[in-house]
Design a protein around this ligand. Structure first.
Ligand code: CUA
Length: 338
């Protein structure tokens, strides 16, 4: 080959590669990193992307050069020369992809095994998925149950998943992994959160009408803040405790992500407006308190007109009695003020 074509190929390849690299680096493709596992997964992603960029640059260079250099004259209707394979070329284009794909495979295997390796002092959480809510219980703390996931930072966390109905999938983009929850099967996920903050928990498996609202939050806290929170919660859930705050129960169970309630600053409109509870109770022909209690623990009993059936989770009937009582009283008080 003469020097001219090689220089042309190199030039086009460099420009194509530079454009692809800029697109990869300067656009924010990935959410912020909040776990050790995500760091390793990102290494695999960027390793693979780099290989893609190099191959992209080579292919584009050869393509553009050939289109320009070997184009047919407008009046040239003749066939191109017949080509009967080229053993050397075939070996090269088989060997290179084999090596590249194998190296991605090896790197992935290393990352998978390190991501699965539990650290010392593992913190376990039981996660229950059901249409359309997540709940988290902490065996270390007497199975305290919450609707928001709270985790201590820099500690090995093992999530055990159970599904009560259909397949859901747990995903926190900042943690970098997804795990299906499958009825009748125990699935697990290991996470080592490494950044304090609040991240979305998203259901990423189409699971029914309320799939889009099957979201909650994962809050990563310092071990000290986490211990303090645990202590306050264990106090609050001892069932006959009069100090249980209905507002806290409302918040912990994420009622505000579907309902409006002025007193709680909640403005969502997936489910009925809780400031209108007295009117709803009147329409249903039931006393306010028992109407609220029934609607929380057995949401199918009465569906307000214009709102979807089967979207409100049935889990809230399992709230400890102290929490359920507090929530009912809180809703009564709030609607009185409103
Ligand atoms: Cu649960 Cu989608």
């Amino acid at each position: 080959m003469r020097r001219g074509p090689i220089l042309a190929l190199l030039g086009i390849g460099t420009v194509a590669g530079a454009i692809a690299t800029a697109v990869a680096i300067f656009l924010p493709w990935l959410p912020p990193v909040a776990s050790n596992e995500r760091n390793r997964i990102d290494v695999v992603i960027w390793f693979t992307v780099s290989i893609c960029i190099v191959i992209f640059a080579i292919v584009i260079a050869v393509l553009l050069y050939s289109v320009y250099r070997f184009r047919a004259a407008p009046d040239d209707d003749s066939d191109g020369p017949p080509v009967h394979g080229h053993t050397g070329l075939e070996i090269v284009w088989t060997l290179i992809p084999t090596l590249l794909v194998t190296s991605i495979g090896i790197l992935s295997a290393i990352v998978l095994s390190r991501d699965d390796a539990l650290g010392k002092n593992v913190f376990e959480v039981n996660v229950t998925a059901q249409q359309f809510a997540w709940s988290f219980s902490y065996p270390e703390s007497g199975n305290l149950t919450t609707g928001i996931l709270r985790l201590p930072v820099n500690r090995s966390v093992l999530l055990h998943f159970k599904s009560k109905d259909v397949i859901h999938s747990f995903w926190v983009p900042e943690f970098g992994q997804k795990q299906d929850t499958v009825p009748g099967l125990d699935t697990k996920l290991h996470i080592t959160p490494n950044k304090i903050g609040s991240y979305p928990v998203i259901c990423t498996e189409l699971c029914g009408l309320g799939h889009a609202v099957m979201r909650t939050e994962a809050i990563v806290m310092s071990q000290a803040a986490f211990d303090k929170w645990l202590k306050s919660q264990t106090k609050a859930t001892g069932s006959p405790n009069p100090s249980v705050s209905g507002a806290a129960v409302f918040k912990n169970n994420q009622c505000g992500s579907c309902h409006t309630l002025k007193a709680a600053g909640a403005t969502a409109t997936v489910g009925p407006d809780l400031d209108k509870l007295p009117q709803y109770a009147q329409t249903a022909g039931k006393p306010l308190e028992s109407f609220i209690r029934e609607s929380v623990s057995n949401p199918k009993a009465y569906i307000e007109k214009g709102y979807p059936k089967n979207v409100m989770p049935q889990t809230f009937g399992q709230l400890p009695k102290g929490q359920l009582d507090a929530l009912v009283q809180y809703l009564i008080q709030s609607t009185k003020k409103g």
